[in-house]
Design a protein around this ligand. Sequence first.
Ligand code: AMP
Ligand code: GLY
Length: 426
Amino acid sequence: MKALLVGSGGREHALAWKLLRDCPALDLIAAPGNPGIAELARCSPVSVTDVAGLLALARSESPDVTIVGPEMPLALGIADCFRDARLPVFGPSARAAEIESSKVFAKALMHEAGVPTARAEHHTHANAAKSCARTFGAPVVIKASGLAGGKGAIVCDTLDEANRAIDDMLVGGLFGQAGAEILVEEFMEGEEASIFGLTDGIAVLPMLPAQDHKRLSDGDRGPNTGGMGSYAPVSIVDSQMLDDILERVFIPALTALRKDDRPFTGVLYAGLMLTRDGPRVIEFNCRFGDPETEAVLPLLESNLFDVMLAIARGESVIGHKLEWSPRSTVTTVVAASGYPDEPRKGDEITLPRSAADVHIFHSGTAMSHAGKLVTAGGRVLAVTAVADTIVEAQRLSGEAAGQVRLSGKQFRKDIGWREIDRFSNR
Ligand code: AMP
Ligand code: GLY
């Protein structure tokens, strides 16, 4: 078997690791990959946004399946292009990927399908948007409709902040075209959970719930980031709640997409707020989450490759079953000096010695001309520990992150704190 994996982050490193575990003889090609992935795959230096280049690579390699990690190539139509060329691909069409690439579309779909979510209005004019924010009252959330690299949602504690965010996007052009249309959204209170559903467009195999930690510093303080860590599973999402989420979120969203002639295949990611009135959708993504994937995949005992291959071939997921380890994971992200504003590139990294039950997934790393491992992005490594308890997983993950030698490195020591609080209050 041969597979092409598109992407270069920790999510793709974790996917590469899992695919090779499931299928040790797999001939894996990554585009463009990273130094961690290069230990498992042949890397080809084609950018994730170069859909024509990726198609040319696939035509020359003829993989049995292409797996697309990030949202950008999906929004650019990579899956459509590969399907037209009769190349099996795991990932939704551009029209189905609009569930992530257009928050205005996603919100309209949720309203139409009755999927529980926050009230919102879409606007292109600042005055109308500000008047809507006044009606909702603070706190209120201002969101760019298009893809903004995870930075497009601004939670505003005051109306002044909301007005500023509205002006920044609609007048100042922050986020460019992605912010030319915005959502003004009601604030929801609760704990967040990320759930990935592997889907053939109709049936869904839900994966273990995970929780991301967006803030830079311990205690959920400091600026928002792409995610400083994650853990799995999240025990408040029990099997009853998960059934409820399938029935009220995944199935109606997939049905509405099908009815709109944009069937979704691949992995649908629901970002949920667990409010007092039940789970409500914050956002949908058309791909696996990062760093949640690095926490979820090490707990998956059954074969993921077979399920992805079936979905890419247009087969049903019915008959496939996901089996999970009863253990827990904590993923601690090691970020570069200066992250998130201006991450420093080119700093040398020395990895700790490998240890049982600890996985070091590369995110923003590169090989320097001198053959040294150096920083090449804000989030540098995702360090996952697997243990019998979340307390132990946090300890092991933090210890390994602490042993990474990197000048000015930043990492949180409290990933999983909500779960640990629940655990110690039991
Ligand atoms: P998004 O880009 O939509 O995932 O939003 C990024 C983060 O902003 C989420 O993970 C939440 O922490 C926060 N957020 C987004 N929408 C809301 C909302 N309606 N209420 C409260 N927090 C929100
Ligand atoms: N962890 C958030 C994301 O992948 O969008």
